[in-house]
Write a protein that binds this ligand. Sequence first.
Ligand code: XIL
Length: 705
Amino acid sequence: MEIPKKTNARGVGFGLGRLGLPVLKKTHISILLTVTTVFLMACRQGGKDSQSLADKVYGFEWETGDALLDAVMWDEEDWISIKDPSIVQHEGKWHLFCTLRGKERSHAVVYSSFDDLGQMGKSKPLVMGHHDGYYCAPQVFYYTPQKKWYMVCQAKSNDWSPNYQAAYSTTTDITDPDSWSALQPMQIAKPKDDPYLDFWVICDEDKAYTFFTCDNGKMYRTETTFEAFPLGWSKPVLAFEGDIFEASHIYKLPEQDKYINLIEAQLPDDRRFFKAYLANSLDGEWLPAPSDSIGTYASAANVIQVNGAWTNSISHGELVRDGFDEKMEAHLDSPFVYQGVLHRNREGKQYGDIPWRLGLLKKKGTEKVGDENKELPLFTSAPFPVGTSIRQDMLRNDTVMDIAGYEFNSLTAGNAMKMHRVLGEGFTYNFGEADEYLAYAKAQGMRMFGHTLIWHTGTPDIVKQLKGDSMALHNFTKKYIDTLVSRYRGRIDAWDVVNEPVLDGSGELRENTWLATLGQDYVEEVFRMAHNADPTAKLFLNDYNIERDSAKLDGFLRLVERLKKKGTPIHGIGMQMHIRMDTPNEVIARNLKRCVDTGLLIHFSEVDIIFNKHDDTKGGGIQKYTSLTPEMMGQQAEKYKQIAQLYNAIVPNDQKYGITLWGFADRYTWIRYFFEIMDWPLIFDDNLVKKPAYYGLREGLLLGN
Ligand code: XIL
């Protein structure tokens, strides 16, 4: 059982620094904006398209038990991994062929057989003897026209020209691993400028086809006649190009009279997942499976690991077929055999040293799942921390706190660290509440975020009374920041030093006790005070509407530049992101990019998404929608997905501080009492049940690029 541990916030298994992700380029942003626009259009079209996410959420949903087959099970010192499964069932027995990665011989093919899929790892696989050089990624099927079993794979031999190519071997007895013929080349021409690997044969009524991928987004197709098979291949043609990687495995779905193409794709940090495409014929156009706009078939985001998490990748796999012949027939509910590994178990390793293990995906609900929380935590979908704020009343509810501790790995106190809560009568200090948050975060291995030191709202009267007395206000502020920040030195990762410093619309500095008394340099002064109190804490300037109010953002960025120019210790920008369903993604993307250009860390610090309107004053809400329909839930899921995708794509990895939700359940949203409207802005509902928005966010976190 390996649930990803949240040992400490900065060193989380999925923490930023450990990933070494490539920095995203402008081209990614323009691709993203195009994608975003398409999504946006889909949302605007309403019902049908937004319903598709809900379909996806409840469509391609899987569960998996423990890893079933692991190379280290047999104490073979030389074995590293068993991967690339190809499986057929024949006369009541399962026959499994896989790549064996070893230390002495890098690649070989192994065979095992068993009566029951769940026994996949019970008997030791045998190393096959029909080739002594490099060969791997087998595909095994029965070729009816010749009444023979075929193994197709990629292989090398000095006797062939070229040495490396697709190859085949045959037998009439699949139960006898010694009966296979010596590997022979298939003489499929290599496309001039592309590598080729993962060869896959499938036949329709008229012809035999081989497909292969190139690790560069391309998939090729070549064909031959039944008579000439396994030779006589036509010049390969490009069959598909997109954001795919390798292992394109194609099956006939007789019920739908379509072909499904399950292709492996990879995230920038190398986590693998499968996309699904459909075509009406083998030489037809491949389109994303309709139940999912981006073609996701199986990824860490839609797989529940019922016996604990042992993989973040769903990699090279085979759909369990209905038959065993060249037609490759299967149906969508079939299990899927795949290779997986935990991200942290592969970090820093050469591909050949990764300890891939085999597992079995089954359609959700097939295995007995006792506990919904067995689904992987939300934060594991993101290569950066995912947080929530928690209000005092939530802290008192065990169910709420169990969910928060499970799903998130960053924590913000909703109010407990604000001045009006910390400061008591006669300038005394109350740390009780704040301490409770710290204790909880520590117990849960969550990063603690400090919110907030200076804020015009919630300034206690005793502090307001210092207005005009610059010495007294300066001394008080220094003492306050010193006391609070140094108390939590090394335990609070970062602080919102000044919250909401600029005015809506104009971007001028907002009037508050400090501006009135210390002048506009007060911002710089308080940053320096915070830095002195904890030189290790990251210091943020946080504000709302800067994602959509460009004039406000102008002023905000002027302030940031002024601070930077003066050498002020500022490390990050907090974009609160209290947005609405109709806040345009294009505007958010543009303004986010401007924040990114400062080079500072970017925190989406208080995300929630409402359907109604607010005007940012207390009580200032306009109620347009009085109830939440399934269609609205689908649209909100898309919006959450898009927001996470924007963040993923536009913020370079070394500037991603994280995404924090302002509370996570509608039951506790501040929107309802602050703006005095009914709304449903979060990812869990009033009964603490996951909404489609949860899955939308999850998908956006995972598939951001
Ligand atoms: C809100 C809290 O959620 C409420 O409980 C409180 O009554 C008012 O403040 N921007 C911020 C947060 O920076 O501190 C605010 O939190 C929401 C808007």
